[in-house]
Design a protein around this ligand. Structure first.
Ligand SMILES: Nc1nc2c(ncn2[C@@H]2O[C@H](COP(=O)(O)OP(=O)(O)OP(=O)(O)O)[C@@H](O)[C@H]2O)c(=O)[nH]1
Ligand SMILES: [Mg+2]
Length: 627
């Protein structure tokens, strides 16, 4: 719920929701939906919203790839992933159910951990084919530690070759492994298909709706305990609105808050600031309702609290008592951002100066909790720290859409010294792949300093588990997808810091570098095809020092792609005029960031993405000894 103004979405408007909710005590359930990425959380929450008549079925998109109404910012829609946790609330059989949809990607794991503080129970979704994955383990562990009651939902039972009973057992074993209490182990399991809108106690007996699931929530998830006394709320999340500024979100832990009340903001560092609640909101459907009072057990959004941070407590004005603060994730990775100084700078973007980028990063820091920014060593450069390549690439992508130009350097993991030993982040990696490509994948991992911890045959597929330094994983997804023709499923997440594993050769292949500025010609590209793979199309403008392709061999080479065919009267018998070129490799921003070498940048503008050598001039590059 941090960096975009979307929680209040899609049509949140303070005036529109101006009516007052006076209901004082109501039956409440607070649940968070947790799972590995893509296991179907948002699809399920969407269906719950339909069930509760919050949205009409026609508002969702039709067949094929349904657009999720909850994944409502552009990037979420395009990538089909949830980036921000979101609160919604529905009424079912006279009970208000506050639902928190969480992102499943490991980069956003810290956000999940935080928002779990608002829940009494979790719906743990597991894909009936894939089974528990690294992120399932992580989020489940956090939920169990917080003593939350789980309900397990084995989702996607409509998939061919799914194995719901086996997966259910795997989840049970995982819970035992994670030291779940007897009460937690005594969980209810539902089976179904979020996509097709049904859940059932028995997957062989499909139902037509979510009744079994909704009833299970009322029955098994405990209602919040009543906590009387002076008011307390731990700020777990924030939202941002350009009219009212930052909005504090959390669960009222004790007592009650009233609209207009004076309160104390108890900050993590021990300082106390008196302030006044300007407006109180609770969640309703996909928006908020303004309310006069919020009692303990409910989740609320407060407007008017200045200068708060996540983990601060809002409490009684006269007798302030802080709650135990929650930690914000430390960054694990950093990248250099700098102004675009390529020969093509300013051709495309509206915001290109150092000042523009500085202001934009400052603005981002207001909302993006896991982000840190330091001034870089070079003029007009910044060291930007985040939770992973996806976390930072979402920011870069958002900036380019807003009209910014910038350049970004190779992602660097954050190395720490622990007891005098240089240590680096190590991840747990699982790959589930058809048998025939397992050898190549194991070899890749071992050359990248990984170690295999498990290998298991499941039908005609192999399930592999490894530990591997974060450095070693960069660029691996592209490789795995290539060797398995898209059949492998790969996932990883941070495990722990371990002693530095030594040098890793990133990619052997060198870069093909443009010799001079100009238009790339099909004729030239055709002649150079045996040199490697190109990243550009004919007729694209290039500049000297731009990386226009990947060398089939080691080492960088400078090539002339702008050479056109000499005009002659003679027709050669070859097919020179109609060069048949392999289509260029087009990388996504994340792929490019994971691909580049230390002496390269990704240049990002609203409509273009190029890879370039940091030092454009060939002679200077040689002098710097980096060719
Ligand atoms: N076959 C099948 N596909 C499903 C089902 N539920 C969800 N999906 C698909 O799985 C993909 C991921 O669904 P999401 O709901 O976005 O998954 P998510 O868990 O919210 O993903 P993140 O928020 O990115 O972690 C989408 O393409 C869905 O259409 C299901 O029951 N059966
Ligand atoms: Mg989602």
């Amino acid at each position: 719920m941090s960096f975009f103004f979307t929680t209040f979405a899609p049509d949140f408007n303070l005036a529109k929701y101006g009516h007052t909710n006076n209901q004082l005590m109501q039956n409440i359930r607070n649940i968070a939906i947790i799972a590995h990425v893509d296991h179907g959380k948002t699809t399920l929450v969407d269906k719950m919203l339909y069930t509760a008549n919050v949205v009409k079925a026609k508002e969702g998109a039709g067949e094929g790839k349904p657009e999720l109404i909850l994944d409502n910012n552009d990037l979420e829609r395009e990538r089909g992933i949830t980036i921000l946790a979101k609160n919604v609330a529905i009424e079912y059989k006279g009970t208000k159910i506050n639902i928190i949809d969480t992102p499943g990607h490991a980069d956003f794991g810290g956000e999940v951990e935080r928002v779990l503080n608002m829940a009494d129970g979790v719906l743990l979704l597991v894909d009936a084919f894939e089974g528990p994955m690294p992120q399932t383990r992580f989020v489940l562990q956090k939920a169990l530690e917080l003593e939350l009651k789980p309900i397990v939902v084995i989702n996607k039972v409509d998939k061919l070759n799914c194995r719901p009973d086996e997966v259910q057992e795997e989840v049970f074993d995982l819970m035992c492994n994670l030291n779940a209490t007897d009460d937690q182990l005594d969980f209810q399991t539902l089976y179904g298909s979020a996509k097709n809108g049904w859940m059932s106690l028995d997957w062989k007996k499909p139902t037509t709706d979510l009744t079994d699931l909704m009833d299970a929530i009322l029955e098994y998830i405990p209602a919040p305990e009543e906590n009387l006394g002076t008011p307390q709320m731990l700020i777990t999340s924030l939202d941002y609105n350009s009219y009212v500024g930052r909005i504090a979100i959390g669960r009222v832990h004790r007592g009650e808050f009233k609209d207009g009340q004076m309160v104390t903001l108890a900050k993590k560092d021990g300082t106390m600031v008196k302030t006044k609640i300007k407006e109180l909101h609770t969640f309703s459907g996909m928006g908020h309702v303004k309310t006069d009072v919020v009692k303990n057990g409910d989740i609320c959004a407060m407007i008017g609290i200045d200068g708060f941070e996540i983990g601060d407590t809002i409490c009684d004005a006269e007798n302030p008592e802080a709650l135990k603060p929650i930690a914000i994730d430390e960054p694990t990775m950093s990248m250099t951002f700098c102004i675009n100084d390529s020969p093509f700078f300013g051709q495309d973007g509206k915001y290109v100066t150092s000042r523009h980028i500085q202001d934009r990063l400052n603005k981002e820091l207001e909302k993006n909790l896991a982000l840190r920014v330091e001034k870089g060593t070079e003029e007009s450069s910044w060291r930007v720290y985040g939770r992973g390549v996806l976390h930072l690439s979402v920011l870069i992508e958002t900036m380019r859409r807003e009209g910014y130009e910038l350049q970004v350097g190779q992602p660097q993991v954050i190395v720490k010294e622990i007891d005098g030993v240089k240590c680096e982040p190590v991840e747990m990696l699982t790959v589930n792949t058809p048998e025939e490509c397992s050898g190549k994948i194991i070899e890749f991992v071992s050359t990248h300093k990984g170690e295999m911890t498990k290998m298991e045959m499941v039908n005609d597929r192999v399930h592999l588990e490894f530990t591997i330094p974060s450095r070693g994983i960069m660029g691996m997804r592209t490789y795995v997808m290539n060797v398995s023709a898209g059949e492998a499923i790969m996932a990883h997440r941070f495990l722990e810091y371990q002693p530095w594993k030594g040098e890793i050769v990133k990619r052997n292949n060198g870069s093909l570098i443009a010799m001079e500025a100009g238009t790339a010609y099909a004729y030239a590209l055709d002649k150079l095809q045996d040199r490697g793979k190109f990243f550009i199309d004919p007729q694209e403008e290039v500049y000297a020092g731009q990386v226009v392709g990947e060398n089939a061999k080691e080492g960088d080479i400078v090539i002339n792609v702008t050479k056109s065919k000499k005009l002659t009267n003679m027709r050669t018998k070859s097919s020179d005029d109609k060069a048949v070129l392999a289509p260029p490799v087009r990388m996504s921003l994340e792929e490019a960031l994971e691909y580049i070498k230390e002496d390269e940048y990704v240049e990002v503008t609203p409509h273009a993405m190029r890879i370039r050598k940091i030092i454009l001039d060939e002679l200077e590059r040689k002098r710097a000894g980096r060719v």
